[in-house]
Write a protein that binds this ligand. Sequence first.
Ligand code: MG
Ligand code: MG
Length: 264
Amino acid sequence: MIHYKTPQEIEILKESSLLVGKTLAELAKLIKPGVTTLFLDKVAEEFIRDHGAVPGFLGYGGFPNTLCISLNDEVVHGIPSKREIREGDLVSIDCGTIMNGFYGDSAYSFSLVGMTPEVQNLVKVTKESLYIGIEAARKGNRIGDIGFSIQQYVESFGYGVVRELVGHGLGRNLHEKPEVPNYGRRGRGNKLKEGMILAIEPMITLGSEKIVQDDDHWTIRTKDHLPAAHFEHDIAITGSGTEILSSFAGIESEIKKNSYLLNF
Ligand code: MG
Ligand code: MG
């Protein structure tokens, strides 16, 4: 069953979504070679709690941390650890918050200096595909239109769309109906109606879309060990159009100031 939200509920959820963006912007100040993913996790947890929210992923399904940090061939659900970020890394950070009972859920792939042009293009195209998906998420369209648009765009570059992991409805629960695949067929699936909140999150691979799960039961990585990128926005279908509830603006302004991060 799909939970449609009132305009008031959308406003409340938006605060949570925006806090995720602010948290990721804090991290964008700190990402550099030598920093551990666990350090970033601690900073994020403290920042979220200092802003009147709680980490949305911590304890969810037994997940042990605040952030999912996935490097290079890791697609999603990487567990923060003492591992250090290095030059040339692709660092995907997914963050969730719960504020006033509603989840925010947003992700950004950061590019460290020294990244090959080939991987830079993957990151760029993945971000573009998110906005192309959002463009298709219009009232009256269907869920399949979103995935179709994303898939068509990224496959034109020879990239892969992960099949097993998808976007989702968002609200008082982190994962609500409907599922939002990043692949699909035009005109298929649920109709997009006013009050829907969706997390759209393309997970795109440089090579094959085949994935495997590590023995930690969380980390998802590409089977061919080629890199993958991940961007996620929360959007609402409203009476006046589609609104992006989360924001990358703060993140991207910090990226410009951080000489260890590539800005494109
Ligand atoms: Mg997420
Ligand atoms: Mg999500």
